[in-house]
Design a protein around this ligand. Structure first.
Ligand code: NAD
Ligand code: UFG
Length: 337
């Protein structure tokens, strides 16, 4: 069993991963500046697992604060979620994104190197594939980014590859997530977007609970099953479990691996909307709009490598994802407080 630092551990994916880590018997130290999450997440984690992880309210940009965490804890590995993630905002404020996601991460990697902690699992994204020439997408496909957020993911991958190249004792797992949705089955943890959501399922959830009037479907003239965009939606609990397998792999190996975390299935916007209608038991209004700039038609993962290398495979289907999202939405109308 390992002692793991989870950066961004009170956030959406981080909190679900902390639950899985604790349930698998690992020890967890969380660091988060609470920019996009609530301290109340810690109580929710305790309610589910019976354990309260050690917590530091620290910013990645605070080098002294990072140093202190590594001095005060005997850490074996890091799972690095902390960062900003809004694509549109990154186009408007590129420097903010490069400072937080690149400078912040470099500070973390330096603190790790200084403390001789050389195992890391990093949150990358399918956005590094840009508009893929074909699907399903394999890890050896060419990478290309179209916005500063995506570039920060790709740059982090390159930085970590260079670190591992310079020191072969490092173990680096670059996990490329497809579209995480859903919530913990307990209804205690889930995604709480700030303001009006940009992403599909958080938006649909607010239409379902009456906070937003109707879904705007960004285009129905793509070359897909019904003309709307197709994505590989993955249950956040499956994604969290993928991190436990990635950590186990990192603890036993050195070197760098890039691994897709998706289900391998693609669903259109309208298919997701209909699955959500079944989950909440009502019809949900929508309107077809123009395409959203920067969107691609279809994106889903080839999951062979995750199965072969990590022994991991997604278990939950789109119905489970929508049911759990709706359960969380109903139980937490004001988010996690
Ligand atoms: P999130 O915003 O819920 O969690 C990120 C956490 O990091 C938040 O709690 C925030 O407070 C914290 N944070 C941000 N900047 C920080 C800093 N400078 N210092 C300390 N803490 C900081 O996001 P999430 O959806 O859980 O995403 C986690 C990671 O996965 C991110 O790196 C994101 O880019 C990546 N990712 C997310 C998606 C997705 O669709 N959610 C897809 C692909 C990749
Ligand atoms: N969509 C709508 N209406 C909405 C929101 C989304 O029709 O209100 C459509 C989009 O056009 C797209 C699909 O729903 O076809 C999914 O859109 P999301 O915004 O939920 O997700 P994206 O695939 O565009 O982007 C997500 C993350 C990015 C990440 C990318 C690749 O938000 O951070 O996956 O991993 F980079």
């Amino acid at each position: 069993m390992a002692n793991v630092l989870v950066t961004g551990g009170t956030g959406y994916i981080g909190s679900h991963t902390v639950v899985e880590l604790l349930q698998a018997g690992h020890e967890v130290v969380i660091m988060d500046n609470l920019y996009n999450s609530s301290i109340a997440v810690l109580d929710r984690i305790e309610e589910i697992t019976g354990k309260k992880p050690k917590f530091y309210q620290t910013d990645l940009l605070d080098q002294e604060g990072l140093k202190k965490i590594f001095e005060e804890n005997k850490l074996d590995a890091v799972i690095h979620f902390a960062g900003y993630k809004a694509v549109g905002e990154s186009v408007e404020k590129p420097l903010l994104y490069y400072e937080n996601n690149i400078q912040g991460s470099i500070n973390l990697y330096q603190a790790m190197a200084d403390a001789n902690v050389k195992k890391i699992v990093f949150s990358s994204s399918a956005t590094v594939y840009g508009d893929p020439a074909s699907v399903p997408i394999r890890e050896d496909f060419p990478v290309h980014t179209t916005n500063p957020y995506g570039s920060t993911k790709l740059m982090n991958e390159m930085i970590l590859e260079d670190i591992a190249h310079a020191d072969p004792e490092w173990s680096v797992l670059l996990l490329r997530y497809f579209n995480p949705i859903g919530a913990h089955q307990s209804g205690l943890l889930g995604e709480v977007p700030n303001g009006i959501p940009n992403n599909l399922v958080p938006y649909i959830a607010r239409v379902a609970n009456g906070q937003l009037e109707y879904l705007r479907v960004w285009g129905n003239d793509y070359d897909t099953v019904d003309g709307t965009g197709v994505r590989d939606y993955i249950h956040v609990v499956d994604l969290a479990k993928g991190h436990i397998c990635a950590l186990d792999y990192a603890l036993k190996h050195t070197g760098v691996e890039k691994v897709n975390l998706g289900t391998g299935n693609g669903y259109s916007v309208l298919q997701v909307l209909h699955a959500y209608e079944n989950a909440c038991g009502k019809e949900l209004p929508y309107q077809i709009m123009d395409r959203r700039p920067g969107d691609i038609a279809t994106c889903y993962a080839d999951t062979t490598k995750a199965k072969e290398l990590l022994g991991w495979e997604a278990q939950y289907n789109i119905e489970d994802m929508c049911n759990d999202s709706w359960n969380f939405t109903v139980k937490n109308p004001d988010g996690i407080k």
